[in-house]
Design a protein around this ligand. Structure first.
Ligand code: SAM
Length: 342
């Protein structure tokens, strides 16, 4: 196998499958080194901070893996008010954040108008900040309303590029084509767009992961969220195994090599599954972290998987600890907007 950067970039589906099968248990250090040096040449040693605000755990979807799925009756549902969300932004801004990520289940209460009003208010109060939305699949007019109100970025993991695997993870009413179409629409509307996958979702093999890499190459998103699947006790996948850390690290490194300019989070799921997960992610080319700015009393209600990191931590104390860890690992915390570098 030619694991030079050029070799990896030109692999077809069959070669990627073989590579992933061979490398998933213990990725070759040369692959991780290549990913690091590509990241360093584009972004240096900076690790960008995004303040995550989990605005609602109501969801109309019933994804088999997700703790806030519609049919989970064990969840107490909450929805933050506009005032609460603005308060989170004020707290974040006072701590130095310049990107706010508003994430939630697909909650119909958050109509296009309400979201647009929220985005416009955040942009008015914090014109120096980027607003990222992660609210699921919508129609074009709704995305356009968000964009017109000033939203800068949108995160929508495609979850898997393989249609059959997608159907193993989601009920029939959800369509893999629609999800992918949303990503193309978001790009066309001028958002900085984030796609992404869970690693080790039940039934996933190297075949699906190879397809994910090829889909990412084709879509060429600005951000890619890659984290391990972690089971949640109140979902149909409660007895399934979590994704593997080395395979997640491999996929992060390959993504960095294929998309040199990508903004790549060392995800909370990676840090939740392995105490050194985020450091391992950065050493495989990741350069973003997303600390939680949600009110502490709702954090345990936004439980996508069991064992989620930092659920009770105050934002300021969490931020200080995370900055220290990032410095100790040889990186430089950066709380600026951290836009995609062309
Ligand atoms: N509703 C929005 C959407 O569909 O994009 C955003 C919220 S959704 C809960 C955010 C992401 O959480 C999903 O894209 C999925 O990849 C991840 N997620 C959900 N359940 C998970 C689990 N059990 N393990 C790891 N990640 C999970």
């Amino acid at each position: 196998m030619d694991i030079t950067t050029q070799g990896l970039r030109s692999m077809d589906h069959g070669q990627l499958v073989q590579l992933i099968e061979e490398q998933s248990h213990s990725p070759d250090p040369a692959i991780l080194e290549a990913a690091r040096s590509i990241r360093d040449s584009v972004y240096g040693r900076k690790v960008y901070f995004r303040g995550l605000i989990e605005i609602s755990n109501h969801c109309k979807n019933d994804c088999y893996y997700c703790g806030i799925r519609r049919d989970n009756r064990q969840v107490s549902r909450y929805r933050l008010t506009k005032d609460q969300i603005l308060h989170c932004c004020r707290l974040g801004h006072s701590l130095g954040f310049h990107t706010f990520v508003l994430q939630g289940g697909e909650d119909p209460w958050f109509t296009a108008q309400r979201v647009a009003d929220l985005v416009a208010s955040i942009k008015e109060e914090f014109p120096d900040c980027a607003v990222t939305l992660s609210l699921g699949e919508k129609e074009e007019e709704e995305y356009r309303a968000y964009r017109d109100a000033g939203a800068d970025r949108y995160l929508l993991r495609h979850e898997t590029a393989d249609d059959i695997h997608y159907r193993h993870l989601h009920p029939r009413e959800m369509s893999p084509d629609h999800r992918k179409q949303c990503l193309w629409t978001l790009k066309r509307l001028g958002f900085q767009v984030g796609a992404g996958v869970m690693i080790g979702s039940p039934g996933q093999t190297a075949n699906e992961l190879a397809q994910d890499l090829l889909f990412l190459k084709e879509l060429h998103p600005h951000m890619v969220g890659i984290g391990p699947f972690i089971p949640h006790e109140d979902t149909p996948f409660r007895d399934k195994s979590a994704g593997s850390i080395p395979q997640t690290i491999l996929m992060l490194a390959l993504t960095r090599i294929l998309l040199p300019h990508v903004l790549l989070p060392a995800t909370t799921a990676l840090g939740s599954l392995d105490p050194m997960g985020r450091e391992k992610g950065m050493d495989a080319g990741a350069n973003v972290v997303m600390p939680n700015l949600s009110p502490t009393d709702v954090r345990q209600l936004y439980t996508l998987y069991n064992g989620k990191l930092s659920t009770g931590e105050e934002a300021a104390e969490g931020l200080k600890a995370l900055k220290q860890r990032i410095r100790a690992a040889g990186y430089e915390p950066d709380l600026s907007r951290g836009d995609y570098k062309v």
